[in-house]
Design a protein around this ligand. Structure first.
Ligand code: PMP
Length: 405
């Protein structure tokens, strides 16, 4: 049973007011709110068994280590990875992509090689590749997007050459909500033996992700966008790549034996987890995955889809709105502009009505450039949002039009 009142009561912050009005939180693309059981799991870690992992023989260290490794197993099961060795805890999506861009680059990229990304990417899936290409003398190539925001898939085969070494693509666009056919893209790349990194920052929380079914070589996401804590994220990588790639950072835990002459490295996944990781964050994130698992990904997708259609219909009725990402295959993100009103003005008026939406380029300036704009208003909804909240957003947009036109 999908009980929206019960679900909302699981999130303490949703009960608060902003400027004396009920909070309408439509900024879930930027970060999600936390259910009480995630907050409790983090509190419990600090309250009752906090101690550094993997390093001690004492009781508390044993409990922390066990909970951390249990969190790894929960992540593995959630994305259906073959082995826990393929689950690396990082600080988040950005950290995971930087790790792969650096380490894969060191191992496999040489002068004149090519890296393929898409025009739908968040800066986090552009800049690390650009930096690596600069370092290695490699070339960054970009799959373009169509007017409806979908990827121009015909160009994929055209852009793949004998020099292409890796393809990086977002599962879902944070800026305009478009869902990419990642399975199809992976299949096309694999025909040429090209590995694929999928940026799952906006994909993992909206539907089932099965990395073995996708055959993704790398799949990355952030804890804070999946109802877990900040500062924790995941890099899933196929074992054959992770075994072969050199470590990214050096330090404690990632080593086997250290001497001044030579250091040997720890086995997976620890080879890529230098220093004290955010183990409390990992424990909190695993609790969040358990929580959304208990609601059911199908129930989540169904509710979010209903919200998206309702919001689109209601907003369209207001008139004067231009939507970006109009292809049918999208998540519950609506990205739009109202007449010729600047998005920041709209955002400020909506804020005073208790409605939290995001304005600007959403860390995806090339997407905005593609459409000849410098930003949009983005309402990103998730399973704890309601149609009543969408009605409040619509009242807000009407007010924006009244005040600004
Ligand atoms: N990729 C996408 C598609 C995103 O939406 C985001 C966050 N907005 C990121 C990468 C970066 O995630 P983080 O800031 O958690 O590292």
């Amino acid at each position: 049973m999908f009980d929206i009142n019960k679900i909302r009561s699981d999130f303490p912050v949703l009960a608060r007011e902003v400027y004396g009005k009920p909070l309408v939180y439509f900024d879930n693309g930027a970060t999600t709110q936390k259910p009480a059981r995630v907050i409790d799991a983090v509190r419990e870690a600090y309250d009752s068994y906090y101690s550094n992992i993997h390093r001690g023989v004492h009781a508390l260290s044993d409990i922390s280590s066990g909970k951390y490794e249990n969190a790894r197993e929960k992540v593995r099961a959630f994305i259906n990875a073959e082995s826990k060795k393929e689950i690396i805890f990082t600080a988040g999506t950005t950290a995971s992509i930087n790790l792969v861009a650096f380490s894969f680059g060191e191992r496999y990229i040489k002068k004149g090689d090519e890296v393929l990304i898409t025009a739908l990417e968040h800066h986090a899936n552009i800049v690390p590749w650009q930096m690596m290409c600069e370092r290695k003398g490699a070339v960054l190539k970009v799959i373009p997007i169509n007017d409806d925001g979908s990827l121009n898939l015909e160009k994929v085969n055209e852009l793949i050459t004998g020099k292409t070494k890796i393809l990086a693509v977002t599962h879902v666009s944070n800026a305009i909500g478009v869902i990419n056919p990642v399975k199809e893209i992976i299949e096309a790349a694999h025909k040429h033996n090209i590995p694929v990194l999928v940026d799952g920052a906006q994909g993992i929380q909206h539907g089932h992700v099965d990395v073995m079914d996708l055959e993704a070589d790398f799949y990355v996401f952030s804890g804070h966008k999946v109802y877990g804590p900040t500062g924790i994220g995941v890099l899933y990588g196929k074992r054959k790549w992770l075994e072969d790639m050199p470590p990214y950072q050096g330090g404690g835990d990632m080593v086997d034996r250290v001497s001044f002459e030579k250091t040997t490295y720890n086995e997976l996944p620890f080879k890529f987890e230098a220093g004290t990781t955010n183990f409390v964050g990992a424990i909190g994130m695993a609790e969040a995955l358990d929580y959304i698992g208990s609601i059911g990904m199908d129930n989540i997708s169904k509710h979010e889809n209903e919200l998206k259609h309702y919001a689109k219909e209601r907003l369209e009725q207001l008139g004067g709105l231009t939507f970006y990402g109009t292809t049918a295959n999208t998540i519950s993100i609506l990205s739009f502009l109202v007449d010729n009103i600047h998005q920041y003005d709209a955002g400020m008026i909506l804020d005073k009505m208790g409605v939290a939406i995001r304005t600007g380029s959403h860390c995806a300036q090339p997407v905005m450039s593609r459409f000849g704009i410098d930003g949009t208003i983005r309402a990103s909804m998730c399973f704890y949002n309601t149609k009543e909240e969408i009605d409040i957003l619509c009242e807000g947009i009407e007010k924006v039009k009244m005040m600004m036109l």
